[in-house]
Write a protein that binds this ligand. Structure first.
Ligand SMILES: *Cc1c(COP(=O)(O)O)cnc(C)c1O
Length: 408
């Protein structure tokens, strides 16, 4: 018997979904490449990429093929049994990075939860149970579990949920002196996004990242890089740490890893992994064959010169279109980011208007993101067609004209 299709609209959202989101007024029903269609058949150009997730666009043929093929073979076994796609994906991630061991989970938050637990566990096993301090950064974002949201640097996301995990210190991003002032023998880890995503699309400086590496080494602390958003080719390198001439001890990645299928990974070295043992940590779904088969297909495509080298030219096209718009409308203070994670920070007179710009963009048929109230964020497919960038930017220009007109 076929599943009964009941009629649903955007209004249904307000009746059935926990009100933790405020989704756009349209409901996407179909996507292909960088184009999306809503319930009314209206077409959108997608510069949002499902928040830096659909790195190969919507319904990429190779990912669809991997999903269908694996979907007819084996979906799930749990970690009581291992599986071939997980072993292949882990092997390929290790070959492509600093890492020797992989832990799979299902979301960025879970990968980070595993990373923070591993950092604490490693310190307690190798050094002392009192070596538990985690240094993290203002405006950092690491997910929404109680531990990860507490390591995140926006207290408004962790307030109101009862006692927070202790021994987490937040200091300003890109401020090495501030880290020096708080790091000590009892520090087990520094946790940082090489490019702060949710916090406003802010790349770390080279001196900062190299300085963090050095401070970690001097204090027997682990450097944990959260590349959930900036990893998997988004920056133009497979992982953003490659820009900084350093290696992390632990790295997490998620969003683009499955190209839209939920899957995440925590990577680490053999030496650190060696403190773990069966039963110390785990997950039911993590490393599920269906997820890993899709992620393997995504990694095979993303980790090629053709895709990684194409990121920079697409960035240039997007940024020069934004600059041309700005020459006319004078709305942006700065356009920043790396690769295809682009933030356009609004001038003070447009402070707080990022969300209005998103709505105006949707009306014009283009999907964009914000990163806080003052930054418009672009995280399109890494293989977006130049003509989609051109047309999407034309639509975005119309949207901005409207916002400027009502703001004058
Ligand atoms: C999105 C994000 C997370 C959380 O990932 P979820 O899959 O939503 O749990 C963690 N860290 C960073 C840097 C992110 O951008």
């Amino acid at each position: 018997m076929a599943t009964e299709k009941i009629a649903v609209t955007r209004a249904t959202f307000d009746e059935v979904i926990l009100p933790v989101y405020a989704p756009a007024q349209f409901v996407p029903v179909k996507g292909k490449g960088s184009r999306v269609w809503d319930q009314q058949g209206k077409e959108y150009i997608d510069f949002s990429g499902g928040i830096a997730v659909t790195a190969l666009g919507h319904c990429h043929p190779a990912l669809v093929e991997a999903l269908k093929t694996q979907g007819e073979i084996l979906w799930h076994t749990s970690n009581v049994f291992t599986n071939e796609p997980a072993l292949r994906l882990a092997s390929k991630l290790i070959a492509a990075t600093f890492a020797d061991r992989v832990f799979f989970a299902n979301s960025g938050a879970e990968a980070n939860e595993a990373a923070f637990k591993l950092a604490r566990y490693y310190a307690s096993k190798r050094h002392s149970p009192y070596k538990s301090k985690i240094i993290a950064f203002h405006n950092g974002f690491h997910g929404r579990t109680l531990f990860t949201v507490s390591v995140g640097g926006q207290p408004k996301y962790s307030d109101g949920f009862g006692p927070k995990p202790a021994d987490i210190v937040h200091v300003p991003f890109n401020d090495l002196d501030a880290v020096k002032a708080v790091i000590d023998d009892h520090t087990c880890a520094i946790v940082v996004e090489p490019i702060q995503g949710e916090g406003g699309v802010l790349p770390a400086t080279v001196e900062f990242m190299q300085g963090l590496r050095k401070l970690c080494d001097e204090n027997q602390a682990l450097l944990v890089l959260d590349e959930v958003q900036c990893g998997m080719g988004r920056s133009g390198k497979l992982f953003a740490y490659e820009y900084y001439g350093i290696k992390p001890d632990i790295l997490t990645t998620a969003k683009a890893l499955g190209g839209g299928f939920p899957v995440s990974a925590m990577l680490t070295t053999h030496e650190i992994a060696a403190v773990m043992a069966p039963g110390v940590h785990g997950t039911t779904y993590g490393g599920n064959p269906l997820a890993c088969a899709v992620a393997e297909a995504a990694l095979d495509i993303i980790n090629t010169p053709a895709v990684l080298e194409g990121v920079e030219s697409r960035r240039q096209q997007l940024v020069s279109a934004l600059n041309a718009i700005d020459d006319r409308l004078d709305v942006f203070q700065v356009i920043r980011g790396k690769g295809l994670l682009i933030g356009a920070a609004l001038k003070p007179q447009y402070a707080g208007k990022a969300r209005d710009i998103l709505n105006a963009a949707a009306a014009e048929g283009v999907m964009v993101l914000n990163a806080g109230p003052n930054v418009v964020r672009f995280a399109p497919s890494l293989v977006i067609e130049p003509r989609d960038i051109e047309e999407g930017m034309a639509r975005f220009a119309h949207a901005l004209e409207r916002v400027v007109a009502v703001s004058l």
